[in-house]
Design a protein around this ligand. Structure first.
Ligand SMILES: [Cu+2]
Length: 494
């Protein structure tokens, strides 16, 4: 594994210099004791901190017949019923594009293609997503004091998630069965920077079930059907200064895409005269909790807005329905029940070309996961620049210049080129080429366990087929039998 190149380091250094040049005056607000810094070493080979737990034996996934995916031309990934393009990107870190899923019920004559020597892929590829990537990453700190008020970062636009991505750590960032892809970027002097092992691809089996049913009402039949859930993960990790973010795009054979952001790394901390919360008396430290002697963990948000250019069965004629489950009251005397849940569609203007058998418009649902919306006032300067986090979900008409939710140029921006501004134009989005924007995030209230390096905290959302397939698309998948896995056996039984 190669060390980071000199050109890459100079690119990062140049970026940090720009940040420093923005705030180049000195403010002295008095002295606080220098923290002891005891127990802050986190590197395994230099720390001396025995852990008191039973050892976990090394673990890995065995694939006796090798991986089930192909990578063509360095970036085109073919796995199970999915085909998509993955690439490293200077600003977004990793971009997934032209994702199609093969629908075995749309097979036409001669549509089978060979991807391995003995495996055929049946059915027609159907477009799901043209392009998806983290468009901006907003981290406002919640200390309005003179030394901290300006600390609100747009990490993708100001730093770039690509150059800040160090090579992944083999066997730890990704499992042994992972395949690695390098990133290639341009340095400020125009030379190429190669970032080795920046993205990994691997099949994940976490012991979960894809679908199952046992027939308890017909005991003589002994029907017990179950299928293991195996997924494909595309992962990159970036270290934007003190913080680390891992981005996963996980593809399931049932058509679902799960996007996960996992945050780890080091807190941005502030000195304080206090060593113990008792020293505070009736006061509360306004910046955040005391996490070590003389060290405060300043409260902040991590808000990551994804650009999701969904092209369900093609770029045009896409619409967005708001679906609300609502409680309904049963009229008195009509039923022993008093209430029930009814699903109501609020923007049901969709007439798609591709209709399913039952007449439902073919679609994908967004299933929110990690919800966090900025609590800053909309007229607060950081929030004007980070206005894309005013809403959890946005839908805009496709415009090729609207890729980055905080604007193309974010250094010292005033919020005049954000997703909020574009959305305020109020263009028609019905039966059109539209882009879905979703913000996930964390309100981070630090605690002692986050210090010196915080355990990973993850949040995710899902893009789930809804009436896209005619029925369960993985009903025909074969189960796994004992003879299929000749390599791995539990140690006790070998
Ligand atoms: Cu945080």
């Amino acid at each position: 594994m190669a060390e980071p190149s000199l050109a890459r380091l100079s690119a990062l250094f140049f970026g940090f210099l720009l940040l420093l040049a923005t705030y180049s005056w000195i403010v002295d607000k008095g002295m606080v004791p220098i923290p002891k810094a005891a127990g802050t070493e986190y590197r395994y080979n230099v720390q001396n901190k025995p852990i008191h737990m039973d050892r976990i034996n090394p673990i890995s996934i065995e694939q006796p017949e090798g991986p089930s995916f192909l990578v063509e031309d360095g970036h085109l990934v073919k796995w199970a019923n999915w085909v998509f393009h993955v690439k490293a990107d200077h600003r977004a870190g990793m971009i997934i594009s032209q994702a199609t899923v093969r629908d075995s019920e749309t097979e036409k004559p001669n549509s089978r293609i060979l991807i391995f020597t003995n495996v055929e892929r049946a059915g027609e590829p159907r477009s799901v997503m043209y392009k998806g990537f983290p468009s901006e990453l907003f981290v406002p700190y919640m200390d309005p004091g003179e030394l901290w008020y300006y600390k609100s970062y747009l990490d993708a636009g100001e730093i770039g998630l690509g150059p800040a991505a160090m090579p992944l750590v083999l066997l730890n960032d990704c499992p042994r069965n992972a395949y690695y892809i390098d990133g290639v970027f341009a340095s400020p002097d125009g030379k190429a920077i190669v970032q080795p092992n920046m993205i990994c691809l691997f099949e994940r089996y976490a012991g979960d079930v894809s679908w199952r049913h046992s027939e308890i009402l017909i005991p003589s039949a002994d029907i017990r059907e179950s299928r293991p859930k195996v997924t494909l993960v595309a992962r990159m990790a970036t270290s934007v200064g003190n913080y680390d973010y891992t981005f996963d795009w996980e593809f399931q054979t049932d058509g679902l895409i799960r996007v996960t952001v996992a945050a780890s790394g080091m807190l941005m901390v502030k000195g304080t005269p206090y060593e113990n919360v008792d020293d505070l008396g009736d006061k509360q430290d306004e910046s955040g909790p005391l996490i070590s002697e003389n060290v405060t963990g300043v409260v902040h948000d991590h808000l990551i807005t994804f650009h999701l250019d969904m092209d369900i069965d093609g770029p045009m004629n896409n619409s967005f329905d708001k679906v609300h489950p609502e409680k309904q009251r049963v009229p008195t005397g009509k039923s022993p029940r008093k209430s029930y849940l009814k699903v109501k569609k609020y923007v049901a203007k969709t007439e798609k070309d591709a209709q399913s058998r039952l007449g439902n418009p073919a679609g994908y649902r967004i299933i929110p996961g990690g919800n966090a919306v900025s609590l800053l006032d909309h007229d607060d300067p950081p929030q004007i620049r980070g206005a894309f986090s005013n809403n959890q979900i946005w839908v805009t008409r496709y415009n090729r210049s609207e890729q980055f939710a905080g604007g193309v140029l974010v250094y010292q921006s005033h919020g005049d080129d954000t997703l909020q501004v574009w959305s305020d134009r109020d263009r028609s989005i019905e039966n059109n080429d539209i882009v879905l924007w979703y913000t996930l995030g964390f309100h981070h209230i630090p605690c002692q366990e986050d210090y010196p390096v915080m355990p990973t905290v993850a949040a995710s959302f899902e893009l789930k087929p809804a009436n896209f397939f005619e029925s369960n698309p993985v009903i025909g998948v074969a189960p796994i039998f004992e003879k299929d896995l000749p390599v791995c056996r539990p140690f006790a039984s070998s």
